[in-house]
Design a protein around this ligand. Structure first.
Ligand SMILES: Cc1ncc(COP(=O)(O)O)c(C=O)c1O
Length: 453
């Protein structure tokens, strides 16, 4: 019983009944041809959008959807199979072929992701990196060019700097996206296919001017791809003009630090092209999400908003207190953060300013000493990469998740060697955790390695 509470269509478009001719480039279907008439974001609260999305019930009337665990699907007549392969029958009419292609449970999670991000469709993958690499390979061909922010997650930076030029003859120009003029100049009309950036950068927490960057890209026919891993619910890039939103679901959306997953959210034409039998990066590279994983994740999205609010609340309180103590804290919720007003103007109301903060301890030695005390002496958090977990996670970015960037690239990206990135958790009470932080800091001061300003 796959029943719809509300008939909100987040299925692939009706085009999917007939797969596009593989020789047709349908890339143009989702590139905005003209600049938006207004820069005003099309606000829709993500929690409301999720509540309005279709709710799937279980096969026996269960309040939760059933898991379609099958790798393959049977048909009643032999002709049906060939009609599915010819693209006449598809998932929009409940016809499924094989789970590397559309799977009903993964598709349901995709509907939730589309509602969260305000896109027409979405589909989920086995990791954030597979979502990012697949969508880039779908949008950009050999000889084409990308303009990207110089401050990106290390894995994405390495993909663009090293892997894609070698494997696919795809080159990237990195720019400081805060400089809109320079970003515009870097676009080579006709050759640049994608403008790629993070809504809130990893790890430096700079905020992208999504409406303006989208306007600039669209004027030149360039597709805007935004990684919103650091700011789900807080920022909705597609509602401000971005064409495609990618996620590492492994982080906030999962929240459990137990699953690696990703998503591509965008127009139905893009999702269908990714699944094309002849030309689709999802279909042919096979970054498939398991249906059991999709079910697990779909159970976590309804409380994502509550979790995000608490992550953000604690990050703001700690950042304010750290600043008062004289620490060099980077948090876009602080009034003196260079992007505070920009974030305020683009953020969805009432979620906050993100759950990540950075402490610049000056040197790696001091950063390591602080993290060691915070984990092993006071139990404030855990030394680990990743983010969005209920426990606080801490890592020194320069020597971990951004180590793919060389010294010069790290300096350009604004990553100091002593930068400690913290994903603020919500376990324990706020005051209990703060006392643990204070205790570790005074131990650091006692050791003579650190003195407050
Ligand atoms: C901003 C950002 N994007 C993408 C990724 C890659 O995601 P995954 O680890 O799920 O492949 C990460 C991982 O750390 C990330 O921080």
């Amino acid at each position: 019983m796959a029943e719809a509470l509300q008939n909100v269509n987040v299925l692939p478009s009706s085009n999917s009944k007939k797969r596009p001719n593989p020789n047709d480039s349908n890339r143009d279907d989702f590139v905005a041809k003209k600049p938006p008439t207004s820069n005003k974001p099309n606000w829709e609260d993500p929690v409301s959008a999720l509540a309005n999305a279709r709710h799937e019930f279980g096969e026996h009337g269960g309040v939760n959807m059933s898991i379609e665990a099958s790798a393959t699907f049977t048909v009643m007549e032999p002709e049906t199979l060939s009609r599915m392969f010819a693209g006449e029958l598809g998932p929009d009419r409940d016809f499924f072929i094989y789970s590397r292609h559309f799977n009903p449970t993964v598709l349901n999670l995709g509907r939730q992701m589309a509602a969260l991000e305000g896109t027409e469709a979405a589909y989920c993958t086995s990791s954030g990196m597979s979502a990012i690499s697949s969508v880039i390979l779908q949008l950009v061909s050999s000889g084409d060019h990308i303009v990207a922010s110089q401050t990106l997650y290390g894995g994405t930076h390495a993909l663009l700097t090293h892997f894609l030029p070698r494997s696919s003859n795809i080159t990237t120009t990195f720019v400081d996206i805060r400089d809109l003029e320079k970003t515009k100049e870097a676009i080579v009309e006709g050759r640049t296919k994608v403008l790629y950036f993070e809504s809130m950068s990893n790890p430096t927490l700079t905020v992208a001017n999504i409406p303006e960057l989208s306007r600039i890209a669209h004027e030149k026919g360039v597709t805007v791809v935004v990684d919103n891993t650091f700011a789900p619910m807080v920022v909705s890039p597609a509602r401000m003009g971005a064409d495609v939103v990618v996620h590492s679901i492994s982080k906030y959306i999962s929240g459990g630090a137990d699953i690696i997953a990703g998503a591509v959210c965008g127009p139905a034409s893009l999702v269908n092209s990714l699944m094309d039998l002849h030309q689709g990066a999802f279909m042919l590279l096979g970054p498939t999400m398991n249906a059991k994983v999709a079910f697990e994740l779909s159970e976590r999205i309804p409380h994502l908003g509550l979790r995000i609010k608490e992550h953000c609340h604690r990050a703001l309180v700690y950042a304010q207190r750290m600043k008062k103590m004289g620490l060099k804290v980077i948090y876009p919720g602080l009034e003196d953060h260079p992007d505070h007003h920009l974030l305020k103007s683009i953020a969805n109301k009432d979620y906050g300013y993100g759950g990540m903060l950075c402490l610049d301890m000056g040197t790696e030695a001091r950063a390591n000493k602080l993290m060691n005390l915070l984990q092993n002496h006071t139990q404030f958090g855990l030394m680990a990469v990743s983010l969005g977990y209920y426990e606080t996670l801490m890592s020194c970015s320069g020597s971990s998740t951004s180590s793919e960037l060389n010294e010069e690239e790290q300096a350009l990206a604004g990553i100091s060697p002593g930068l400690v990135r913290m994903s603020i958790g919500y376990s324990g009470t706020l005051e209990q955790r703060w006392a643990q932080f204070e205790k570790a800091l005074s131990r650091l001061q006692d050791s003579g390695l650190f003195s407050k300003n």
